[in-house]
Design a protein around this ligand. Sequence first.
Ligand SMILES: CC(C)(COP(=O)(O)OP(=O)(O)OC[C@H]1O[C@@H](n2cnc3c(N)ncnc32)[C@H](O)[C@@H]1OP(=O)(O)O)[C@@H](O)C(=O)NCCC(=O)NCCS
Length: 173
Amino acid sequence: MVDWVRLELDVDQFDDAAFEPYLERAQESGITFTTLAELGDTAEHRRALYDLNRTCSADIPERGEFYTYDEYVAQRIEVPSFETAGVVLALHGGRWVGMSGTSLHPDKGHAFSEMTGVLAPYRGQGLSLALKLLAIRFVRSSGYRRPATFHHPRNASAIAMNRRLGFVDRLGR
Ligand SMILES: CC(C)(COP(=O)(O)OP(=O)(O)OC[C@H]1O[C@@H](n2cnc3c(N)ncnc32)[C@H](O)[C@@H]1OP(=O)(O)O)[C@@H](O)C(=O)NCCC(=O)NCCS
């Protein structure tokens, strides 16, 4: 059985200013940030989101086979917790190179930090920190305080990314 690493962040304690330089640096290098809400929830954009998510998910330890496109739409997009404004995207020259998705669960009173992924050639430059800064602002502006996430214990980069942002072990749940 997998002993998942369960993490959460207190957005009131999150220090935006410490991560703004990553956003600025990415923008200076030609990356633009947007959301699916801004771009439009079209068939073309859903396919681009699927392709990016699938490509990045191939590097998640023991992720197994990814959804088919139809499964992805049915299980990840056309669900009540899906928020187009919660899909933060990084684009470079029109290419979708990074994403961070957050779902909202009003029934349980929590936000869930879903997939964060950056295409391999764009990794190691702080892009995930810029994406998550915007994702955390989305959580805050939506009225939620403690986004949660969980990772396979061997997903060292994702766990380190979230700890770097201030995520801590989620106890008791
Ligand atoms: C996890 C992932 C999103 C990180 O993206 P990235 O843009 O390369 O990460 P950053 O350059 O912003 O690094 C942010 C922090 O993450 C940690 N980190 C990133 N890559 C790491 C690696 N290979 N090993 C250890 N720590 C790493 C570091 O703490 C880093 O901060 P620091 O450089 O100041 O120490 C990227 O590796 C990825 O897409 N992985 C595959 C998909 C995945 O596993 N997603 C998470 C599941 S939801």
